[in-house]
Design a protein. Structure first.
Length: 154
């Protein structure tokens, strides 16, 4: 494939023949524009599937947030799945909260799981509190389990 593109480029750059049978300049521009469009579509295609999954799950994740995660090297798939879990459990979490916790080096899955477990057990524990416990180096899920059994409190 690359050889064909290079051959097309070399063919386009050669001197036009006396009979005018070279590739017109307009065709070269159209080929370059088409390649750029394919590059943009490939980039958007990576995040479109995640956006569609979030959309159908009623998790509010925008396309520009997904593209931002891609550029920040954040695991967008994991963020979307955790957002869907949180929304399904009725926990008010923004996508930015999840990304921020991930960029801080936290375990997003554990923090969401702990928030869900706390909510189901009737324990008051916000997602931010779960993130704080996680970033402090504690097993946040185990902490919530201990809280629900009455062994520890925060």
């Amino acid at each position: 494939m690359t050889d064909r593109i290079l051959a097309l480029g070399m063919l386009a750059l050669r001197e036009p023949r006396a009979d005018g049978s070279g590739i017109p300049f307009g065709t070269i521009i159209l080929v370059i524009i088409a390649l750029l469009c394919l590059l943009v579509l490939a980039s958007v295609g990576r995040v479109f599937n995640l956006w569609l999954h979030a959309f159908w799950s009623q998790a509010d994740v925008s396309m520009h947030e997904l593209i931002g995660m891609y550029f920040r090297k954040v695991d967008a798939r994991m963020i979307v799945l955790q957002k869907i879990r949180a929304v399904s459990a009725g926990i008010p979490i923004t996508t930015e909260d999840l990304v921020r916790h991930c960029l801080a080096g936290g375990n997003v899955e554990a923090a969401v799981s702990a928030s869900i477990a706390a909510r189901r057990a009737g324990v008051e524990m916000s997602f931010q509190k779960a993130c704080d416990v996680d970033l402090a180096g504690h097993d946040v899920v185990k902490t919530v389990q201990q809280m629900t059994s009455g062994v520890a409190s925060l």
